[in-house]
Each structure stands twice: as C-alpha cells, then as structure tokens.
Design a protein around this ligand. Sequence first.
Ligand code: AMP
Ligand code: GLY
Length: 426
Amino acid sequence: MKVLVIGGGGREHAICWKLAQSPKVKELYCAPGNAGIAEIARCVDIGVMDFEKMTEFAKKEAFDLVVVGPDDPLAAGLVDALEAAGLRTFGPRKSAAILEGSKAFSKDLMKKYGIPTAAYETFDTPEAALEYLETAPVPVVLKADGLALGKGVLICNTREEAREGVKTLMLDKQFGSAGDRIVVEEFMTGREVSVLSFVDGKTIRIMTSAQDHKRAKDGDQGLNTGGMGTFSPSPFYTPEVDQFCREHIYQPTVDAMAAEGREFKGIIFFGLMLTADGPKVLEYNARFGDPETQVVLPRMKNDIVDVFEACVDGTLDQVELDFEDNAAVCVVLASAGYPEHYEKGYRIEGLEKFKDQDGYYVFHAGSKFDAEGNIVTNGGRVLGVTAKGKDLEEARANAYKAAEWVEFGNKYMRGDIGKAIDELIG
Ligand code: AMP
Ligand code: GLY
C-alpha cells in the first residue's frame, strides 16, 4: 500500500512510525512532516490547510489510504475534500469533526443523550455571559466554543477573573472567532484521564488509557501548553471506571452522533475527569492526542493498517485491539520559554543514540533541516522521548535516562512527568 499521513508534529511521527511497522505499507509519505519523520517517510512540503494542493497531490499519487492527524483541517473538512477526490481517508468528516470543533455542540449533544459532563450554559454575547456570571458559583470555567490550540479554556477562581475571562475571549478576541460564543461550565475536581478510541460509525474500540501533563512547569504550575509529557496506562483508570465509561460514555457518544446524522469515523479522544460522582467528559477531541499517541501506539500490538481500514470500511466489529502489558512514558523536550517566547534553529545532537534501542523512541515535534542538512530545533515542543518499561516506574526512569541522550540549545523539560505514579505507589 501507498499511504499518506497529513500533519507534521510528534503525533504524526508516532503514526508514521507505527505505519512503517506494517508489512502492508510499501510507500509512506507525510505532508508536511518534519526532520524526524523524513527518516521513515517521504516528506512533501504542503501545508495542512492547503486543501487544493493536498487533494491534487493525493489524487496524482493515487494513495491507497490517507490519514489526517490535526484538528484544524479535520474541522474545516479536509476528509470531505479528499473523499470527494476519490481517496480512502481515515478521519471524521466535517459534520462529525464538530464534536471537537464546537464545544457548544458537544455539550448540547451530551445533555440531549444523557452523557455525564459538567453543568453548563452557552452565551453568544458578552452582556449575557457577564450577567450570568454575577450569580454563578466560582470557581467557574470559561471555554471558547471553537478551536484554540488547546488554550481556549480559562479556569476562573473569582468573579473578577470570570469578568476578565469574558473580556479576553469575547471582546479582545484572543482566540479570534473561536470566542464568538462561549460555554460557561461548572468547575469539577478529580483525576484527569485521556482515553483514545477507534470508531467506524457504529462500533467503538477503546485503546489503553493515558494521562497528559498540560502545564509548562513542575508541580503542574505555569501556563497551559499542548502537553509536556504523558504516561500510559493511567493507574486511576480502573476496571470499574472502564466499565462505567463503556456503558455511559463511549458507545452512547457514537450512537448519539449516528442518531444526529453525523456518523463518526476516526479517532474519538475522550478527556475524562474522574469526579466523586463518577467519570464525566471534560472534552472530546476528534483526533489522536499529542503527546498521548507517543505513549499509546508504541504499546499497541495490532497492525494499525488493519484498524484504519476497518474504520473506513465499517468492519471494526471484527477487530480486537491488543496492547502490551507494560507501560510507557513520554517526556517532551521543549525550547525554554515555550509556550510563550522561545528561540529556534539550534542544532540537535545525539539522535543516533536511539537507533536500535528496543523500547526507546524519539518522536520529532518541531525540527527541520538547516541549509547544511543538520537537524535543528523548529518549534516550542521539539522532541518527545518515549520509553517503555515493565511498569510505570521503570518506564519513567528509562524515559528520563533517554532524555539525556539528546542535546540542543535552550533544551527544557519537566522533571516530574508521571509524578501521579509516585502518589499512587507511595
Ligand atoms: P479542555 O481543553 O476542555 O480539556 O480543557 C483544558 C483543561 O482545563 C482540562 O484538561 C482540565 O484540566 C481543565 N478543565 C476543563 N474543563 C474543566 C471543568 N469543567 N472543571 C475543571 N477543570 C476543567
Ligand atoms: N494532549 C492533549 C491534546 O492532544 O489535545
């Protein structure tokens, strides 16, 4: 098969790596890719939002399968465009990607179908939101309706912060039109767990659990980022939690989308909060998580081509997922200053140390080749170093060991990825 992956981050590197394991894949392409992906796939310099060029290229190359990674092109309908050009494409159509693309949509869906989530109200004007916030309980959570690079969520501890938040989202439009409408949500407390799943429109198959560390600094301090590290599985995702979620959240979500005429094919990523009242949905994503994918796919035993094809063909009921009985930890190596100001263009050294090291992986998130052909930093999140181990403790020690194999200017990482494990094992 000839396969194209669309995207160019750590998630897409992990997807390409997994595809490259498949004996069915003879030719692998990635657009736009990055310097790490270039080692296993042919990278083509087409932006993920350039639908015209992308479909033209995919058609010309006659790919047998196209996999779309990021949220923005999914929400804007890239899958529809590729399908219209006759390409077998893995990912939700625009009508289904709205599950992530509009928080108001997803909240209304959950309410209508009785899927557990935080209580909420939706507002289209700042006046109405402000009036409501005068009497709403605090802390309170404000969410931009649309896509905002994972940064459109404000946790407001006081009424004053909530007023400021409305200004940020709706008046100053920090996230553009994503903030034309906001969701004001009840504040929940509990452990967070990420659960990724494959969906073929009717059947859902759950992958192993993971947990993300979103804040920039140790101790979950500092600004929200795209994710500074992950571990899998989550020790908090017990068989009881799994059972509850299968019954009340996973299949009901797939059925609800089908009932709304928005058949979902692709990945549903459930952001869950394990509250005292049971698991509730924090958010849905319509794609693989980044960097959740970097700890989940290395533990997956299936040939991912079989699973992608079953989703496209609607035969996922004939597939059982199989995961290794071990653990994985991913530590993100970022450029100091991320997610605000940071420098790029530093030489990355030591990448060759990952060659032929079983159970150790370096997934590139922001890298490129300079004019001399050296690999240099090209983003806030630069690399994700993943390591496996027999349990989380061992995986974590291995990941931090491997994180020292690579060096680049202004390298920064959190020192406590997987700290939740300590709390559990004492
Ligand atoms: P989201 O992008 O919706 O997952 O929100 C980003 C982060 O904000 C989540 O991972 C949670 O840590 C936090 N968050 C979102 N909604 C709530 C809520 N209702 N209560 C408490 N924390 C929340
Ligand atoms: N790591 C969180 C996300 O991919 O949205």
